[in-house]
Design a protein. Structure first.
Lengths: 219, 67
């Protein structure tokens, strides 16, 4: 990536140790941690908290980093682990409550944020976690399929198929209708049906779940 | 296939494949733009503070000598 001004900053650590070097390498990668975190969480505040937690974890674990290996991929792995473990904890502690979220100061930020987001950004939120992270790592972050597979702890072939399915699904969402409201209309294609099924599974309100969830494929 | 109902059957497959690839490239550019937009934001001060503090906390906890 092109050097931009944030990456030219340095933290004066007051010492010349390897720790100082490590810290400056962390500093240079903060912009990418923030970008990856934003794509996972979909909102700025949560993303920056996640990126900061990642920095702390990385610093505490710095002895386990093997110099000469891919620090960026190492950090992204930590960030991804942190994201899923935070979310599991959040789910255990507080079932999602839309009304409560709207009462929290700043809690409406997600909605404002989504309203300002491009269609592509909003369509990204509809993808499964697996598809979204694979697509972001490979399609936006510039990672090889191999590095993305290591970060996501899955096989290279799995990453490839997730990226391919994510691309197909995004296109169906974006071109199925002018707006994302289109995904609530009668589904027109296989990917759209899968998305509907995902939305049904994600929906917090208990509703009739007897319907078979869009697994049919056209022959 | 269901989503082809409104598309005429004599559309050339190559043209369709080309159009899909072009559309995919456009979506790819949009994804990179979104990611790069965040990556190019100036690093917020609290990140810089955190990196500074992380060091102090470590020194205090480990009783490490600053050389």
């Amino acid at each position: 990536m092109a050097a931009s001004s944030p990456m030219r900053q340095h933290v004066d650590t007051g010492k010349d140790s390897g720790d100082g070097d490590f810290k400056n390498e962390l500093l240079a990668l903060i912009p990418f941690l923030r970008a990856f975190a934003r794509s996972l969480t979909g909102n700025q505040e949560g993303a920056d908290d996640l990126a900061q937690e990642t920095l702390v974890k990385a610093w505490q674990s710095r002895a386990t980093f093997i110099p000469g290996t891919n620090l960026k991929a190492w950090l992204f792995t930590i960030l991804r682990n942190q994201f899923y473990s935070d979310r599991r904890r959040a789910w255990r502690q507080a079932p999602w409550d839309q009304d409560a979220a709207e009462r929290i100061p700043g809690g409406g930020e997600d909605q404002v944020f989504s309203a300002q987001l491009s269609d592509t950004a909003r369509a990204l939120r509809v993808l499964s976690d697996e598809q979204r992270e694979a697509l972001i790592l490979v399609g936006a972050g510039g990672f090889s399929y191999e590095d993305a597979a290591a970060i996501c702890k899955c096989a290279v072939g799995t990453v490839k198929s997730r990226v391919a399915r994510a691309r197909k699904a995004l296109m169906e969402i974006l071109d199925g209708d002018d707006s994302l409201e289109g995904v609530t209309r009668p589904a027109e294609g296989d990917a759209a049906r899968e998305i509907m099924a995902q939305l049904d599974r994600l929906a917090p309100a208990p509703n009739e779940s007897g319907e078979p969830g869009g697994k049919r494929r056209p022959k | 296939m269901q989503w082809d109902n409104t598309v005429s059957n004599d559309e050339k497959p190559n043209e369709k494949a080309r159009a899909i690839r072009a559309r995919q490239r456009a979506i790819g550019r949009e994804l990179r733009r979104m990611y790069d937009d965040v990556a190019q934001e100036p690093i917020p001060d609290d990140f810089l503070d955190l990196l500074r503090k992380i060091d102090d906390a470590e020194d205090v906890r480990a009783g490490k000598k600053v050389s």
